[in-house]
Write a protein that binds this ligand. Sequence first.
Ligand code: ADP
Ligand code: 5GP
Length: 199
Amino acid sequence: MAPSSSPSLPADRRPLVISGPSGVGKGTLYKMLFDRHPETFALSVSHTTRAPRPGEADAVDYHFVSTPAFEDLIARDGFVEHAKFGGNRYGTSKMTIEEQGRKGRVVVLDIEMEGVKQIKQSTISARYVFVAPPSTAALEARLRGRGTETEVSIQKRLDQAVNELEYAKTPGVHDITIVNDDLETAYKALEDFVYKPLE
Ligand code: ADP
Ligand code: 5GP
C-alpha cells in the first residue's frame, strides 16, 4: 500500500510527465502529491510568455519571460522541449531539469502534448501520466470555475483539449490514464501509480 504522508522516494525515480487538457486538474493532483509527500518531488518550473495569474510567483509556478527572451533561449539550444499553447509559448529548459534533478527528488513535468512528443524523442527516460476529464462539460465547468481565463482563452483551451484527448488514444503513449472525476479517487490512482514497485 502507498504511504499516506512521508518523505519517501518512489522505487521508480524517473521523471513524471503529467499531461491532459487545461483545467482537468493536473496542478491540483500533483500539488496534493507534493503536500502529502514532502521533499520527495520537484516541479520542473517551465518558462512561459503568458502573464502570471493572481497568486502565481515567478520561479515558483513558471519563469515568466518576454517573447524575445524565450526566443533567445531557443537560439541558445536551452530547451529540452518547447511549444505554443493558446497563443503563448511554454518550454522546459535544460537548466531546470538539471537543477531539479540534482535535488535527488523525482522531477514532475506538467506539459502539453507537443512537449510530450519531444520528451519522448529526447534521451530522457520518463513515466507518462495522462489526466482525462469525466466529460467535456465538466472540463468546461472547471475552466470557468477556476476564474483565471478570458472567454477567448477558455475557447482556445477547449479546442486544444480535443487534440489532447485524441492524441491520448494513441496506444502506448501514456503509462496510465487517470480520469479525474472524484478528486480523492483520482489522487489515489496517481499515488498508487507513482509508488508502485519496480517491475
Ligand atoms: P490544470 O492544472 O489541469 O489546468 P487545475 O488543477 O488548475 O487544472 O484545476 C482546474 C480547476 O478544477 C480548479 O479550480 C480545481 O480546483 C478544479 N478541480 C480539480 N480537480 C477537480 C475535481 N476532481 N472535481 C472538481 N473540480 C476539480
Ligand atoms: P497554463 O497556461 O494553464 O499554466 O498551461 C497551459 C498548458 O501549457 C498546459 O497544458 C500545460 O501543461 C502546458 N505547459 C506548461 N508548461 C509547459 C512546458 O514547459 N512545455 C510544454 N510543452 N507545455 C507546457
